[in-house]
Ligand binder design. Structure first.
Ligand code: CIZ
Ligand code: SF4
Length: 312
């Protein structure tokens, strides 16, 4: 603990010296969220990255998130403390595969969830997150032909909500959100009959059917803080429980278990790779830095800017 205190002090000192801002995703470990200037979900973090006047952005999260910050702020140094922190969802849609796929969909508007590489964003007309996907789809003409990538669960859920017929959904998924067990959620509901079930739309349809409320990371957090229930079964990445508990110390939050309860896969292993040590070292060395080819960056930028204009 002594060491941790020293590490935190060092991070805070370096941050000030170097005019750096630390942005952390809600799925990172609590210690990391504690040293952040701003914590949020992917939508809030990308908006914040677009606005900051810091010279260095240290992004405590996974690769595509830091990349998004760099796309929006090309003149800033964007540090990614753990460059190996990827995303199973982003990896389920490579840019070359996506480009080949799109050849069959000429004239389609391409909507991509932000959980994608810069290469996929460069092929995208407009990005979305789970927090604004409905608004983004509804901003398109009613008869628009749409390709939605990469998350099949979110895509099919949004397709159903908006009633869009002409929507083709890429077959990708997140290894964390796909693993929840309907049976185990139903068991928990029996054990806690008063509890409300909160689920993220990246979960499978059968899981979503058990939910009292479905929403983005930020929407789930808000619901947990404003709803009158005092117990919640949380069906999303378990890191969010830290914020839920922090905002609602008197309420009880139960993480939904994955199918295999020994795998710990309701935690995103990539997000948990970001540690205080790595943050400190990245600030010290001003590396590893996110570097993107300027031509690809420029093509990708419009897709995020268009999303940020539509809604938060
Ligand atoms: O990476 C994810 O699964 C999510 C839901 C990120 C976010 O904050 O929207
Ligand atoms: Fe990617 Fe899933 Fe981790 Fe989110 S929780 S960063 S979608 S692997």
């Amino acid at each position: 603990v002594e060491n941790e205190r020293q590490l935190i002090d060092k991070i805070l000192r370096l941050k000030k010296e170097k005019r750096a801002v630390i942005l952390a995703h809600y799925y990172t470990i609590p210690e990391v969220q504690q040293v952040a200037d701003f914590t949020g979900d992917s939508l809030a973090l990308s908006a914040r990255a677009a606005e900051t006047d810091a010279e260095i952005i240290l992004f405590a999260g996974v690769h595509f998130m830091a990349e998004t910050a760099k796309i929006l702020s090309p003149d800033k140094k964007v540090l990614l403390p753990e460059p190996e922190a990827g995303c199973s969802l982003a990896d389920s849609c490579s840019a070359p595969d996506f480009e080949r796929f799109l050849r069959d969909y000429n004239g389609y508007t391409v909507v991509s969830y932000v959980n994608t590489s810069v290469g996929v964003k460069a092929l995208t007309d407009i990005c979305c997150t789970s927090g604004n996907a409905v608004q983004v789809i509804e901003s398109l003409p009613a008869d628009a032909k749409i390709v939605f990538a990469p998350d099949r669960n979110l895509g099919n859920y949004i397709k159903q909500l908006t009633g869009r017929q002409n929507m083709v959904v890429w077959d990708g998924a997140c290894g964390v959100h796909e693993e929840f067990s309907v049976e185990k959620i139903l068991e928990l509901k029996k054990e806690y009959p008063e509890a409300k079930v909160l689920a993220h739309p990246e979960c499978k349809r059968a899981v979503l059917l058990t939910a009292d409320y479905i929403g983005s990371t930020a929407a789930l957090l808000k619901y947990a803080s404003t709803d009158s229930a005092d117990t919640f079964i949380v069906v999303t990445e378990a890191g969010i429980l830290y914020q839920m508990q922090r905002e609602n110390p008197q309420k009880r939050f139960i993480p939904a278990p994955p199918v295999d309860s020994t795998c710990g896969c309701n935690n995103c292993a990539f997000m948990k790779m970001v540690t205080l040590e790595k943050i400190c070292s990245a600030l010290e060395r001003e590396a590893p830095e996110v570097v993107i080819d300027e031509e690809v960056r420029r093509r990708a930028e419009g897709s995020i800017r268009r999303m940020l204009q539509i809604g938060r």
